[in-house]
Design a binder for this molecule. Structure first.
Ligand SMILES: [Zn+2]
Length: 639
């Protein structure tokens, strides 16, 4: 690692988003997603699966009150991942073990939204939720409603399967965001009390365990960055150092002998420093890798950084869909083996792509690598945006690249692939994660240090950076053009990513091109006009990916396109795109020349040249699919 490359993202406070494309999304989050989620957390949506999230905090608050009064408090089992009226007493905890985190993610999204748009009513709703959250905290700082309600004596007894440290992580992230947005410390103080308990409980002289679902690592770093309390940073490093050590902590707890390399699902099969491949549950993975990158940077830890580099390369080169989706298999919601990227069985969880963006941002802060910034773009404009309906009222958890609604209904292997977005999920990790990412989108666009300011993503905004004030006007998504007005505060080097899909670019000011970035020496006020165009491209996938041989994907600028039944009729597999498709671009669609192969009902017959009739193939951006009811969809098309 070269410390000279180190940079930081620009705080959200200093970024005002003005981009019409992104403002529409952040406004959807503010006006639709946040209020809807508030209702969902309170179980006020009649036909949605119950969340129990707020209800659990009410129950836990009552438990804490009774404990303080010295009253007898009942004990219930804390031994399952999900609790409902069929397997739990009415007064016991309900919902998923990680249910608290949905409340925290909502609070985090609200915080970012308040930074962009002051809203007193929303702020007071959030404060009421924070009061409720804090009422559920035990005197020693512990806060996880499952154990507070059900069994205080079993706290931290099953780190592998239960989510106390995960919920802590989301609590800390929400706490920092809310304090940053409003100056209110109540949640931050509560999160620090919980963090202090964790620092006291875990360590060389305490529990030598680590989270089964990672996030505490990066959350503790965030808490350290914010408070300056060194013990939080040390705790993050401790969790990374202990993970995967043999004998496995998880085996020791169970009284088992460590026999082989277990725990890939939790990325605990070996020590993070020795990991070189993305494995296991994809969201857990990218959250761990984010924490590893944070710790690598703050401890100047080359070994840990090189592990992060290898893992990022493995994802980008062998385990990522063209849409930026990761975690190819439903089996464990996990990374599959190299080049195993099935289209119709894809898992590609929205949260996993969000986590990939977290990981990428941290890697960019260690070293600007254009391909990594390209990966942020790929995930953001395709899988992440696809996660939310155009009206902000329904969501995808799974983001397939090929859908046949009949298969989703009749084939149990594809039951996870939904042909339309769902209103809410009992396990609702993705919608609030989307809300917090979209409302903090500015954090992923820029990094800077004393000498350099990088633009990684092109989102219209006003930016107050250390080196300069910027006014960025972007019609990147329409025509690939960006105009950047720079008012320098001193002499510095300005760098602009050149998107990997762009072969012909133009800058209005001379630049030096190096490793995917254009570099400009800035000493005076200036305007740099960038033109990347938005050429329509046909993208080939490695032939190691079996599902995509003799097929192409169409992209334009940052967007991957797809075909839908609503435009092209049933049996999308019959479509073949011409080698010279004469792409015609309209606002939100591309028309291409192609053919439709004549249907053949005979299951087997002698081979002969297929009969083709000419067809116009209509493509729409992938993120817009599934907005016109149930229908077939495919990203890859035969050529
Ligand atoms: Zn999710």
């Amino acid at each position: 690692m070269n410390r000279e490359n180190f940079s930081n993202h620009i705080p959200l406070k200093n970024i005002e988003i003005t981009d019409p494309f992104w403002l529409e999304k952040t406004e959807l989050v503010r006006k639709e997603v946040i209020p809807y989620q508030y209702k969902a957390l309170h179980d006020r949506i009649p036909d949605a699966e119950r969340s129990y999230a707020i209800e659990n905090f009410v129950k836990a608050g009552e438990t804490v009150r009774r404990l303080k009064n010295g009253e007898e408090v009942p004990v219930y089992p804390a031994d399952k991942w999900h609790y409902d009226d069929n397997n739990a007493a009415p007064e016991a905890f309900h919902g998923w073990v990680f249910q608290d985190s949905d409340v925290y993610k909502w609070l985090e999204a609200v915080s970012y939204s308040l930074l962009n748009y002051s809203d007193k009513e929303l702020e007071s709703k959030a404060k009421a939720v924070i009061d409720l959250v804090c009422s559920a905290q035990l005197d020693n700082g512990y806060l996880d409603t499952l154990y507070v309600i059900n069994n205080r004596d079993e706290i931290f007894s099953n780190l592998k399967d239960f989510h106390e440290l995960y919920c802590f992580g989301h609590m800390a992230e929400a706490a920092v965001a809310f304090y940053d947005a409003t100056g209110e410390r109540k949640l931050l103080d509560a999160a620090c009390r919980f963090a202090d308990l964790i620092c006291k409980t875990f360590g060389e002289n305490g529990i030598k365990g680590y989270p089964g679902h990672e996030i505490a690592e990066m959350a503790l770093v965030k808490l350290y960055n914010f408070t300056g309390e060194r013990r939080y940073l040390d705790a993050a490093k401790f969790f990374i150092d202990e993970r995967g050590k043999k004998p496995y902590y998880y085996d020791i707890v169970l009284g088992k002998e460590t026999v082989n390399d277990n725990y890939h699902y939790n990325q605990a099969h070996c020590e993070p420093r020795k990991q070189n491949e993305a494995v296991g549950h994809a969201v857990r993975g990218v959250y761990l890798y984010s924490g590893m990158a944070d710790v690598a940077k703050l401890f100047n830890d080359d070994e840990l950084y090189h592990a992060c580099e290898k893992i990022m390369d493995n994802i980008m080169n062998k385990k990522m869909y063209v849409t930026g989706g990761i975690g190819a298999t439903v089996d464990g919601e996990a990374f599959s083996f190299d080049y195993d990227l099935p289209n119709d069985l894809a898992y590609s969880e929205t949260c996993a792509s969000i986590g990939l963006i977290f990981f990428a941002r941290r890697m960019l802060e260690i070293k600007p690598v254009a391909r990594v910034a390209d990966t942020v773009e790929r995930a953001l404009y395709n899988t992440v945006l696809s996660g939310m309906a155009q009206d902000g009222k329904s969501f995808f958890y799974v983001n397939p690249l090929e859908v046949l609604p009949e298969a989703s209904q009749k084939d149990s292997r594809k039951r996870h692939v939904k042909p339309v977005r769902q209103k809410w999920f009992g396990c609702a990790c993705c919608p609030p994660n989307l809300a917090r990412l979209i409302s903090s989108i500015g954090e992923y666009c820029y990094t800077e240090n004393e000498n350099m300011l990088y633009v990684h993503q092109f989102i219209g905004s006003r930016v107050k950076a250390e080196n300069a004030d910027l006014v960025i006007k972007s019609s990147y998504v329409q025509n690939g053009k960006i105009s950047i007005e720079i008012n320098p505060k001193k002499r510095f080097t300005f760098a602009v990513r050149i998107p990997s899909w762009c072969n012909k670019f133009n800058f209005s000011v001379p630049s030096e091109i190096k490793d995917g970035y254009a570099y400009f020496e800035i000493c005076d006020e200036c305007i740099i006009d960038c033109d990347f165009g938005t050429e329509v491209k046909m993208i080939k996938c490695s032939n190691r990916v079996r599902a995509n041989t003799d097929k192409i994907a169409v992209t334009r600028g940052p967007f991957v396109y797809c075909v839908e039944e609503a435009d092209n009729g049933k049996n999308l597999q019959m479509l073949k795109i011409s080698k010279n498709p004469n792409f015609r671009i309209f606002e939100n669609e591309i028309i291409a020349d192609g053919f439709r192969e004549k249907e053949c009902e005979t299951l087997y017959s002698d081979w002969r040249e297929p009969e083709l009739e000419k067809a116009e193939i209509k493509l729409i951006p992938y993120y817009l699919w599934g907005n016109r009811g149930e229908n077939e969809m495919s990203v890859y098309i035969r050529i």
